[in-house]
Write a protein that binds this ligand. Structure first.
Ligand SMILES: CN1c2c(nc(N)[nH]c2=O)NC[C@@H]1CNc1ccc(C(=O)N[C@@H](CCC(=O)N[C@@H](CCC(=O)N[C@@H](CCC(=O)O)C(=O)O)C(=O)O)C(=O)O)cc1
Ligand code: HCS
Ligand code: ZN
Length: 755
């Protein structure tokens, strides 16, 4: 029984890759030094996997920015604007970031969420006459590197059909599936190249199998794997992030040497696929959760797997459900986790050990070691069962329909709010965060190390907040924010303060490129022991007569961007979080904060992969948001904010959230995202973003006026706000101030023209 690894996090246990990349981009180290750090990380990660008993080490899971981008470069899919001579590492950085130490800057390629994860990939741009040529050697060079270290390797890359599915077409409309034959020819060359290195297995990932696919895409899968059958390597076809039981007939007819299934998402797949495997086919059972951090119940897993181990012998491989990219690297470096919580966890490195232990339970079930593992698992089960909070349960049980509903309908609330707030036509505001400067991060780091006292930390953050308020007042913005300087991250900050939620010191997970997040751990019933944002909001409000918006992260986003317990439904956890946020909303209102924003940028990302499951999700997600927002008086204005979203299939749910104001990311789509709000006759107020905060470019007054005129063609003037696309924490003050000055001037000009 082989242990199969689908990929290991590349960022490094201490985020070595992040720091090296950023140093390289700042030209503090050269490419040779960057390459050396990367090679060290790969060597370490391969060794850890080999030590755990993985025989075929994954290659292709390392990436300098994103593995989809590496594959694009491998295939020669690089936008012309970034292609300045032959492809080199800086070409990849220009595609991803718009700039690199060498070459001419050009607008970065689009970046978007990878399936239902919080990982972002760089969207390949395909032209109608796209050629695919092997153009960038990283993948086979890494295979050679691992082989030279004495390992056997299994290259891992996205399969051709998923690659096409994730790509976008540029330069006119055409069916991207027309490119499949030439793409397959490039894959054949790549597989032959691997074979020439002595590689026997190649893993091709087709996570689109977890989606509901139309006939055309199903046929694309059929014809692709029939064609690749001729390749001189064995193909392991991998799917993950969801069940593929609905494609059972299609998948079991494909002539591949093995299948990897995400068994965590649907255990029934084991029986279904095991029974239809061809005589030589391998089944890689993804039984260790690659999307979560909880220690596996190995004793129960072994019980489930035992009949299949018997049936398939060494054709059964044991694996994580997906690449370990989405988990933190190593639990052993955590020094401050409560031991009871630490015992419940397994990060990437520990998950490899779990595979090994599972193998032992199956091979030597009667051994003393096996007995000890089973006892540990039983102990953990007992501990998990004690994680209920009777008070939270009672509060949830007592909820009635009224708790999910504002007192009055929007039209009445709008009047009450206008009377109270007296805002001008087209009010201006920002989304919450202002630049998180090096100085603020350094201060926090020193406070965490005990080098700065809590009082001093507080005091200096107050200075930053005061400065942020003064800058906004000078700019003439109508609705101010305190700037979020005290927050590492919009989710982690709340995670640190909620009961039932744990947080790590080093549990970083790559979000995009060099950027990482540290997801909180929701391990027990959630409640709010004390106010979380009240002091910052009231302090900021004390500095001005203009309204300061209270700033909260919504329950759905906290849930999606955390590692969540699995013993109760996500809906229940969302409602627990909603009650905690509801209490904070009530405290803010009570303290005189008249506008409160509840951010939900992950609302859309939470949609299940299968569209047939969407409505159920939307129902409970909307309810959780409403529960968090509905305790206030009519005159208190509730905002929500969503970036990374399009609203085509969800507009009814967005309207049902019933926020008084929604701010959204629209600048890059030139306000086209508003079409759906217009068609739906969306009744509440909307702030369509006019400033692309992902770009260092400063929007001009004329550009903002033009964007808002487009918005006004679609949405009633009295419904509109003017604001950036998203928070400004990743930008510099030198960019933010002129951009916001132009935004405020544009608002004044528009009021003159349209008011
Ligand atoms: C909106 N987005 C978010 C997502 N998910 C979240 N959970 N949160 C989000 O905001 N998903 C979608 C997008 C993803 N976008 C981003 C954008 C930016 C980042 C990012 O910048 N991450 C930072 C880490 C943020 C953080 O916690 N900072 C700490 C500093 C930690 C640190 O590195 N400290 C240094 C010491 C510094 C010094 O001494 O000078 C160290 O430890 O060495 C803080 O604010 O204190 C990143 O750097 O990756 C992520 C997702
Ligand atoms: N209030 C947050 C929202 C980001 S999506 C911010 O401004 O950073
Ligand atoms: Zn945002």
């Amino acid at each position: 029984m082989k242990l199969n690894s689908l990929g290991f996090p590349r960022i490094g246990r201490q985020r070595e890759l992040k720091f090296a990349l950023e140093q390289y981009w700042r030209e503090e180290i050269n490419q040779t030094e960057l390459q050396a750090i990367a090679a060290d990380l790969r060597r370490t990660h391969w060794q850890w996997q080999a030590d755990a008993g993985v025989e075929l080490l994954p290659v292709g899971d390392f990436a300098f920015y994103d593995h989809v981008l590496t594959l694009s470069a491998t295939l020669g899919v690089v936008p012309e604007r970034h292609l300045q001579g032959d492809i080199d590492l800086d070409t990849l950085f220009r595609v991803a970031r718009g700039r690199a130490p060498t070459g001419t800057p050009a607008p970065a390629a689009q970046m978007t969420k990878f399936f239902n994860t919080n990982y972002h990939y760089i969207v390949p741009e395909l032209k109608e006459d796209q050629q695919f040529n092997l153009s960038w050697p990283q993948l086979w060079q890494e295979a050679e590197e691992a082989i030279a270290q004495g390992h056997q390797v299994k290259p891992v890359l996205l399969g051709p059909v998923t690659y096409l599915h994730l790509a976008k077409t540029v330069g006119g409309k055409f069916n991207k599936l027309a490119l499949l034959p030439s793409l397959l020819a490039a894959y054949e060359q790549l597989l032959a190249k691997f074979a020439s290195l002595g590689v026997t297995w190649v893993q091709l990932d087709e996570p689109i199998l977890a989606l509901e696919l139309d006939a055309e895409w199903q046929q694309a899968l059929r014809s692709s794997y029939q064609q690749l059958h001729g390749a001189p390597v064995k193909v392991l076809l991998a799917s993950y992030y969801g069940s593929i039981a609905h494609h059972h007939e299609l998948v079991s007819s494909l002539p591949v040497a093995g299948l990897h299934l995400d068994i965590v998402s649907d255990r029934e797949q084991l029986a279904l696929f095991a029974d239809s495997l061809a005589a030589e086919q391998v089944l890689s059972a993804g039984v260790i959760n690659g999307r979560n951090v909880w220690a596996a119940e190995l004793d129960l897993l072994a019980e489930t797997l035992a009949p299949y181990a018997h049936q398939l012998g060494d054709r059964l491989w044991l694996a994580p459900s997906c690449s370990l990219l989405h988990t933190p690297v190593d639990l052993s470096v955590e020094q401050q986790l409560a031991p009871e919580l630490k015992a419940l966890l397994a990060f990437a490195k520990q998950k490899l050990v779990e595979l090994q232990e599972l193998q032992l339970l199956l091979n030597e079930p009667l051994s003393a070691q096996a007995k000890a593992i089973c006892e540990r698992c039983q102990q953990l089960r007992l501990q998990r069962q004690q994680s209920r909070d009777a008070e939270v349960a009672a509060r949830l049980a007592a909820l009635t329909a009224q708790d999910f509903q504002r007192h009055s309908v929007f039209a009445l609330r709008q009047q009450a709010q206008q009377q109270k707030l007296q805002l001008p036509l087209l009010p201006t505001t920002t989304i919450g965060s202002f630049p998180q400067t090096q100085a603020v991060r350094h201060l926090r780091s020193r406070w965490r190390k005990g080098e700065v006292s809590a009082a001093e930390y507080q005091n200096q953050l107050q200075q930053v907040t005061k400065d942020t308020i003064e800058r906004q007042l000078k700019l003439g913005i109508d609705v101010l924010v305190h700037g979020e300087a005290e927050r590492t991250d919009m989710v982690e900050y709340f995670g640190e303060q909620l009961a039932g939620v744990g947080f790590t010191q080093y549990g970083w997970v790559q979000s995009y490129g060099s950027r990482c997040v540290k997801p909180p751990l929701i391990y027990a019933d959630v409640s709010r022991p004390q106010p979380m944002t009240l002091d910052w909001a009231t302090y900021a409000q004390s500095l001005t007569d203009k309204p300061v918006k209270g700033m909260l992260t919504g329950p759905v986003t906290i849930l999606h961007w955390s590692f969540c317990r699995e013993d109760i439904s996500r809906e229940t956890v969302a409602n627990q979080l909603a009650l905690a946020i509801r209490d904070e909303v009530a405290d803010l209102e009570q303290a005189g904060i008249g506008i409160i924003q509840i951010d939900e940028p992950a609302f859309r990302e939470g949609l299940p992969l299968k569209q047939s499951d969407w409505q159920h999700y939307l129902d409970w997600a909307v309810a959780a948001f409403r529960l968090s927002a509905s305790a206030v008086q009519d005159h208190t204005q509730i905002h929500t904010h969503m970036c990374y979203s399009e609203f085509n299939n969800t507009i009814a749910a967005i309207a049902a959230m019933d926020a008084d104001v929604i701010t959204i990311e629209t600048s890059r789509s030139q306000m086209q995202l508003l079409d759906v709000f217009e068609a739906f006759e969306y009744p509440n107020e909307i702030g369509p973003g006019v400033y692309d905060i992902h770009s260092p470019n400063i929007p001009t007054e004329a550009e903002i006026v033009a964007l808002m005129e487009k918005a006004a063609e679609r949405i009633g003037l009295r419904q509109l706000w003017i604001n950036p696309d998203c928070g400004l924490k990743t930008r510099q003050w030198e960019e933010v101030e002129p951009a916001l000055r132009n935004m405020v001037n544009a608002a004044r000009e528009l009021r003159r023209r349209l008011g």
